[in-house]
Design a protein around this ligand. Structure first.
Ligand code: FAD
Ligand code: DHB
Length: 388
């Protein structure tokens, strides 16, 4: 088969790119390794920046987002005895929207189906060929049969463990990585959210986050040691620990109940440069990972897709210049969002090997945040998302 663009990976990056290209008349095929049910069962991010919301609307999938998403004009940072409301709307004029990544993915699949865009699931052994030459192609197998896609460009949207980044020769690629000595244990429960805004809590026992999906569905997280497994944590142990880490007045109001999902994700900062090799372009987690503090992972994937879709659409209108600058443009934003995620992680987590000095520094940072409108504005402008 032949298509102008072959997209590898059917997570949010690949799905959104496919839809934006289709809308502009660029012909793209998407290859996903897993079944659709598997992709839709993954529970991940929940906070969408305005830029991502606008891009979803542009792609024609804004209806449910606008009807069911919760617009938040603020968030709360609590640590070292201080509870600091961050007025996102007041300080930046912008808001964030609470709408689960699972719902974003469901909406994107629905729209791709509706317009008849080709999405191939359970594509195994996806291999990229001749990406550094004029005529690249991708091979894969499905149900034991081999297939070949000839194309002009390949979009590597296949996440951190995908094939695309690893296709770029080590001599060309430079990876930057920082691994944190803990993970996040997340649970989903049919309980009332703790507060009308998200609460990020730092505590000497470790970080906690109280988030939500809707008025009856909460998503909460606890910092846990890397060696822990979800089965090590009973629901009761989770709620007890969460209560300990929250400011006492909020902890008193916490509603608890059985978890309906429980999982642990390790924390990592990772950036691979460049995001382009010949006719292969990386987007989203295929090129970079941020720790989840600050909710930047999905939003960064969206800005990559914004830049890449614009560049490919311009190319088919006769202008290759945006493809030439794609990697540098995307990376400039990636580094800034990675810095923010790293600094939020540093400010609010417990680092057992770093001792009291770091803990006092974290206290000083919280005191500065509590007393300085400038510091609150800096946090808010990063949280709502830096301009694209
Ligand atoms: P992915 O969502 O990883 O999608 C990549 C897709 O490519 C997958 O569907 C995969 O099956 C497919 N694929 C992989 N290899 C191949 C192959 N060889 N061939 C074909 N297809 C392939 N961000 C937040 O902001 N907040 C959070 O709370 C949060 N929690 C997270 C929890 C976990 C466990 C993980 C892994 C990530 C989390 N993130 C979170 C990050 C956020 O979910 C990601 O940034 C976002 O999913 C990136 O989208 P993507 O499409 O680039 O990559
Ligand atoms: C959620 C995840 C995050 O990493 C974050 O910073 C805020 C919210 C969530 O899953 O709701």
């Amino acid at each position: 088969m032949r298509h102008q663009v072959c997209i590898i990976g059917g997570g949010p990056s690949g799905l959104l790119l496919s839809l934006l290209l289709r809308r502009a008349g660029v012909d793209a095929v998407l290859l996903e390794r897993r079944s659709r049910d598997y992709v839709l069962a993954r529970i991940r991010a929940g906070v969408l920046e305005q830029g991502l919301c606008d891009l979803l609307r542009e792609a024609g999938v804004g209806t449910r987002l606008d009807a069911e998403g919760f617009v938040h004009g603020g968030t709360v940072i609590a640590a070292h005895g201080q509870t600091v409301p961050i007025g996102l709307r007041t300080l930046t004029g912008k808001t964030v929207t609470i709408y689960g990544q699972t719902e974003v993915t469901r909406d994107l699949y629905g729209e791709l189906d509706r317009i008849g865009a080709p999405v191939i699931h359970e594509a195994e052994d996806v291999t990229i060929h001749d990406a550094d030459r004029g005529a690249p192609f991708v091979t894969f197998t499905q149900n034991g049969t081999s297939h070949r896609v000839d194309c002009d460009y390949i979009a590597g949207c296949d996440g951190f463990h995908g094939v695309s980044r690893r296709t770029i020769p080590a001599a060309v690629r430079r990876d930057y990585e920082h691994v944190y000595p803990f993970g996040w244990l997340g649970i989903l429960s049919e309980t009332r959210p703790l507060h009308h805004e998200l609460v990020y809590a730092g505590h000497e026992r470790g970080f906690a986050l109280c988030s939500m999906r809707n008025a009856h569905l909460s998503r909460h997280y606890l910092q846990v040691p890397l060696a822990d497994r979800p089965g090590d944590w009973s629901d009761e142990a989770f709620w007890d620990e969460l209560r300990r880490r929250l400011p006492p007045d909020l902890a008193e109001t916490l509603e608890t109940g059985p978890s309906i999902e429980k999982s642990i994700a390790p924390l990592r900062s990772f950036i691979s440069e460049p995001m382009r090799w010949g006719r292969l372009f990386l987007a989203g987690d295929a090129a970079h990972i941020v720790p989840p503090t600050g909710a930047k992972g999905l939003n960064l994937a969206a800005s990559d897709v914004f830049y890449l879709s614009r560049a490919l659409i311009a190319r088919y209108a006769g202008d290759e210049s945006l493809l030439e600058t794609y990697s540098a443009t995307a990376l400039a934003r990636v580094w800034k969002a990675s810095r923010f995620s790293w600094s939020m992680t540093r400010m609010l987590h417990s680092f057992p090997d770093e001792g009291d000095f770091l803990r006092r520094m974290q206290g000083a940072e919280m005191a500065h945040l509590a007393g300085s409108p400038a510091a609150q504005t800096a946090l808010a402008e990063n949280y709502v998302g830096l301009p694209w």
